[in-house]
Design a protein around this ligand. Sequence first.
Ligand code: PLP
Length: 413
Amino acid sequence: MSRMVIESSVREAGTDPIFRVAGEAAQRTKELGTEAVINSTIGALMDDHGDLVAFKSVFDVLKGLPDEQICDYAGIPGIPEFLDKVVDACFKSYRPEGHIRAVATPGGTGAVRHAVCNYTEFGDQILIPDWYWAPYSTIADENRRETTTFELFDEAGNFNMKSYKAAFTDLLKKQNRVLSILNTPAHNPTGYSISLDEWKELTAFYTEMAEANPDARIIILCDIAYIDFAGKGEDARAFMPLLSGLPENVLPLYAYSASKGFTMYGLRNGAIICVAPTEEIAEEFAAACAYSNRGTWSNGTRGAMQTLADIMSDDNLRDRFIAEQDFHKGILQKRARAFLDEADKIGLKLCNYCDGFFISIPCENPKAVSDLLMEKNVFIVALAKGLRFAPCAVSEEKCRKAPQLILDAIKEV
Ligand code: PLP
């Protein structure tokens, strides 16, 4: 007798490519010191010395909470103050018209899980781009679903409408139901943000598809994990009102994550939010997702929910938090600019980067290029279609240095 887990739960351990490279980077940093190593494996904001950034404006509030508020259960759907304020944090001044409900989840991951489990059937395919955050397919697989991809970029490096519409139409024909996950703005791993014009074309397409197929169900999950590091002020949210007032068989959902925006990564805080066309669909959403909470992790981290609610309810706390977030957004934007300028100067080809934690470099043999770079103390994640560089974790000076090293390695492989 060799195995106790069921057939579909047989997994290979230690295969996560990011953690493998990250482990080696940490080891090399220990041996040679921070200055000698470019560690671009981490998907979190790091300061120029390689230390994780934790917003003081957030942790002062969390640490000021009474112990019993931190340790208590949060209630299955989340505490009411959080459910109210997370909607403000999600939409800010771009709150769409519609029946809005939120259910707390442990990070954006939990929101993706609930969308997959409640809005697709077993065996269904979920529509994602060909450059994508790997856990989408893990979540689908873990929950007995699959993913199918469209090409994210056209020849000009913009959103590939043709590929998206073709894949969408195929799925709708096959399943009479499509869950499309769009990680925008500041897409992981490329940094692409769907433009307002592209959103207008997308919403017109959803309307057309929904009207032509009145029995079909169309669910658009906007994964906005990096939204607070995109655009100027609140303008990265300008697309949100476009995703409302659509036919009743189109449901816009948002996967809200407090991981990056509030530097709450390990506190596991987020929400799934709907902008439903009717009260009935909103109630159905809230009931299904609360039930899913009970049947998976039961409830979320109360102290983290209270912290977000307190910050979003108090002008002073909120101003202090936004100022700190803006300061770090500025640093990130400068680092990314340094990388882009240098890449442009030396002719290193990149995916169309707009904003966010990551920049992607399309190339052949990404794993071999990443292995070669490791020998030169540059640690960068290899993806299926290229490499992922993380300006969120690398100083401006190193962001300027990296493109040449990457280009040399690509040429050498
Ligand atoms: N979506 C994308 C594309 C991400 O990169 C992440 C985090 O890395 C998330 C969602 C959600 O993260 P969390 O569950 O930590 O909020």
